[in-house]
Design a protein around this ligand. Structure first.
Ligand code: F6R
Length: 607
């Protein structure tokens, strides 16, 4: 997730306008920033790594000439955050400048093709292929518009782009495929942006650009065309009533709810991962003497789920370890044959990094999974994968958890392929199912939001909860418990359901809420037994079931339904969603701010 912005004005200098708009988009990414303008037959660019204010202090982003320009605030996906990788990117002669949000999946092959035709690349980004493709098309005699259209036909993946050029210095061309893009229509200027808040103080008249559409902006108006058949699309601007704060959250009352709703898109992004990185990590895992999955909090729960994935798909035993315990618990066992897969959304969690540092000193191989390119974890890992979720503002991890699970499942499948322990057909089936996960999560949110609100009203005053699951669902249970505890402040306990009768069941008295996670997998029969045990002692049962599971429905006082069809190892990705919603709505019912739970920080950089 990055933020793009473009502005074409009748007569104003646009650099300060773009700078201010990028500040309002900073929540979409903040590892580097850049602005390009066109003036007097030349493209002017200022860009660098760092937060917008830092870069502005060094370069003065307001000081670029011209009344047309584009800007970008970055959340790195391809290429670490340093100056050459910051947007805008240009063609060989600096005549075309492009900003881009999204992921170009086939950039490697396009880059090779363009390099073979003599194009010189300056960055490691996927984006840079776009200005070179446009340049190449213009070399063949096409005008800027046609050259851009032809370039877009070559791209696979997602994009929202804005293009300026010295060849047609009065216009911005922008286009959208799966990444958001919206126009703002002012009195003397037209804007394009990733999101409405970017231009909201300037105009509240907005035009949403749909997938597969291109728009041409000039100071006096805009034209929208279908990329497919070049049909002219008439679309009037609508008036946006949101305040700037509401707009930043896209109309959601809290970032956490916005981020829960972003999960289908984030999961789609995880499917755009480049194979070679996962393949490399899979090779390390396959060859390892011993594998440790190391993380804290929610990321640890992802590791716990991953240990079931690796074992069931690849017959690979792994040790999930809480990062703060790693050195004490496993330290002496680490050696040159050990592989540590460290999972950290921020890539900066002190406990995780301390474990990694320790393991490095003992010559172990470090692999990383993180959401932040350029984070310490990416720098200390032998190989790493970025999960592409975009910044998560809510303190409670939601979208980053489900994306971690998706990446880990893909990784486990790759190890499975190398090891050949399960059949090709089963691997293909799961690969097919991973593609369906975003849509299943989308339906899960729709189906359960009203129910979560209802349950929240009924249960908000309970003084404790149990969360129980078996197999991989015990990881879902732990994550469901953490969400409820951290944002709604309700003490909760989670453990594999089989443990109940070894102690915890003594807490149960009539009306005690027990949440059961019940996918239709091998554990279902036994979990029904566990539900019966709890019911017999008067517990109130809240179950998360697959659609149409009438048997468990009948045993439950309340239930959430998840669309059926996901294999066991993918089930946590969908089954956690109703529990995220339940925790969120209970916090709201209690008058708490779920985005900023007390005593917690988004990134824990102390041990
Ligand atoms: C819970 C939460 C924390 C983090 C933990 C690790 O909602 O956000 O438990 O998961 O602090 O953070 P990362 O993944 O950044 O290492």
């Amino acid at each position: 997730m990055c933020g793009i912005f473009g502005c074409v004005s009748r007569d104003a200098e646009v650099a300060p306008i773009i700078h201010a708009a990028l500040k309002r988009l900073e929540y979409r990414g903040y590892d580097s920033v850049g602005i390009a303008t066109v003036h007097g037959g030349k493209i002017y660019i200022k860009k660098d790594e760092g937060k917008i204010d830092q870069v502005h202090r060094i370069h003065n982003l307001d000081d670029l000439p011209g009344s047309i320009g584009v800007g970008h605030t970055r959340w790195a996906t391809h290429g670490a955050p340093y100056q050459a990788n910051a947007h805008p990117h240009t063609d060989c002669n600096d005549e075309i400048a492009v900003v881009h949000n999204g992921i170009i999946e086939n950039f490697a092959e396009l880059k090779t093709e363009l390099e073979n035709s003599g194009h010189k690349f300056r960055s490691k980004t996927d984006t840079e292929v776009i200005p070179h493709l446009i340049e190449e098309n213009m070399r063949k005699g096409l005008g800027l518009l046609e050259a851009t259209r032809e370039a877009l036909k070559r791209l696979k993946g997602s994009y929202a782009i804005a293009v300026i050029s010295i060849h047609e210095p009065e216009k911005i061309i922008c286009a959208r495929m799966e990444s958001p893009l919206v126009l703002g229509v002012g009195k003397d200027a037209v804007y394009c942006a990733s999101d409405i808040p970017a231009f909201l103080p300037l105009t509240n008249r907005a035009v949403i650009i749909e997938n597969g559409e291109l728009a041409i902006l000039q100071a006096d108006g805009y034209e929208i065309r279908s990329l497919e058949d070049w049909r002219l699309i008439q679309r009037e601007a609508e008036t946006i009533e949101w305040t700037a704060e509401m707009a930043e959250k896209q109309g959601y009352p809290h970032f956490m709810l916005k981020e829960i709703h972003e999960q289908p898109d984030c999961l789609r992004n995880t499917l755009r991962l480049q194979d070679q990185y996962l393949d490399l990590m899979a090779t390390f895992l396959d060859r390892a003497g011993e594998v440790f999955l190391v993380a804290a909090g929610t990321s640890y729960h992802a590791c716990l789920a991953a240990s079931y994935m690796f074992s069931k798909l690849a017959y690979l035993a792994t040790h999930p370890v809480i990062a703060s315990e790693f050195i004490e618990q496993q330290g002496m066992a680490i050696n040159i044959d050990s592989t540590i897969l460290a999972v950290s959304q921020s890539g900066e969690t002190a406990d995780t990094l301390a474990a990694v540092d320790y393991a490095r000193l003992r010559a172990a191989t470090i692999l990383g999974l993180t959401n932040v390119v350029g984070s310490t974890l990416t720098r200390v890992s032998r190989a790493y994968r970025v999960q592409q979720s975009g910044p998560e503002i809510g303190v409670a991890a939601t979208k980053t958890f489900t994306s971690q699970l998706s990446v880990l499942a893909q990784l486990a499948l790759r190890v499975a392929k190398i090891r050949g322990k399960i059949g090709h057909r089963q691997i293909e089936e799961i690969e097919e199912k991973i593609k369906q996960v975003p849509e299943i999560v989308e339906r899960t949110i729709k189906k359960n939001e009203a129910k979560a609100k209802e349950i929240a009203k009924k249960f908000k005053d309970k003084s404790a909860f149990f969360f129980l699951g078996r197999g991989i669902s015990s990881a879902t249970a732990m994550e469901g418990r953490l969400k409820l505890m951290e944002i709604a402040y309700i003490p909760s306990i989670a453990f594999p359901a089989g443990e109940s009768k070894h102690g915890p069941i003594s807490l149960i008295e009539p009306g005690f809420p027990v949440v059961f996670i019940c996918p239709r997998d091998e554990t279902r029969k036994t979990i029904i037994g566990n539900i019966m045990e709890m019911k017999a002692r008067g517990a109130t049962i809240i179950s998360v079931i697959e659609e149409g599971d009438e048997e468990i429905k009948k045993l439950s006082d309340e239930y959430f339904e998840v669309p059926s069809g996901l294999p066991e190892i993918l089930s946590p990705i969908a089954f956690i969603v109703p529990l995220q919603l339940m925790a969120y709505y209970i916090a709201v019912e209690k008058g708490l701010n779920p985005d900023k739970p007390r005593n917690l920080a988004k990134s824990v950089t102390v041990k």
